[in-house]
Design a protein around this ligand. Structure first.
Ligand SMILES: [Zn+2]
Length: 241
């Protein structure tokens, strides 16, 4: 289910952001060169923006499914996008559920972040919107209303990030990590994923035994555990020592 992917995306970012700073990909941002460590180079608003964007990116692979709730995030805009993704990738759980997709999207987002500010902003808004939708922001049974609420909240968050001077040198990493977390998550279900697409073989973890996840398990056990993990990680990363 959507919110599980989004929450694991946020957890992955909060856990991995400091070690990821050692990658050369981020070196063009002067602040990373100055400090060398992302834990101090990332401001608290950037860490939080990254967690939201990584959560949103963890929803991207499922845009290949136009009837999913996530495809309704920004009304017809995301629905058309979802139709296009579905057609290009060859249906649900095909090309978008692979290593190749995660790497391509990560580098694509990184390229946008460094060379094409408008494209970067569109990507940021889309991903924040997907994250909000995944955690259930919206009006039940009202598609147009949900899209408006979501657009308003996303615009507000985008403005807050802007006013706090959030930089996006880490955008590509957050997007790549988010997509990978989604693929890993889907591999733990019975249907598996074509991790090495375009090879067709489906990967199921662990040891080819898919875990049968049900709605009750995700809502009653997984969601509370993941929520506690997010709060704990936020405290660990941001609390003054
Ligand atoms: Zn999926």
């Amino acid at each position: 289910m959507g919110h599980t992917h989004a929450m694991t995306g946020a957890i992955a970012w909060l856990a991995l952001a400091p070690p990821l700073a050692t990658l050369p990909l981020l070196n063009e941002s002067s602040r990373f060169i100055d400090t060398g460590i992302m834990a101090t180079a990332l401001t608290p608003p950037e860490l939080i923006a990254g967690a939201l964007i990584c959560a949103g990116a963890a929803m991207l692979p499922d845009l290949d499914h136009p009837s999913a709730t996530i495809a309704q995030t920004f009304g017809p805009v995301t629905w058309v996008l979802s139709k296009a993704v579905s057609w290009l990738s060859g249906g649900h759980r095909a090309a978008t559920h692979s290593l190749a997709f995660a790497v391509a999207l990560g580098f694509g987002a990184h390229w946008l972040a460094t060379t094409y500010p408008i494209g970067r902003d569109i990507m940021v808004v889309l991903l924040v919107g997907l994250a909000l939708r995944a955690i259930g922001i919206g009006i039940p049974g009202n598609k147009a209303g949900s899209a408006m609420v979501n657009a308003g909240l996303t615009a507000g968050l985008y403005a807050v990030f802007l006013s706090l001077g959030v930089g996006y040198a880490w955008l590509g990493l957050a997007v790549g990590v988010g997509c990978l977390v989604h693929v890993a998550g889907d591999c733990m279900t019975e249907r598996g994923c074509p991790v090495l697409w375009p090879l067709k073989a489906k990967w199921v973890l662990p040891w080819k035994i898919g875990i049968k996840t049900g709605k009750t398990f995700e809502q009653k056990i997984l969601a509370p555990v993941l929520s506690i993990a997010i709060v704990g990680l936020l405290f660990w990363r941001l609390a003054p020592v």
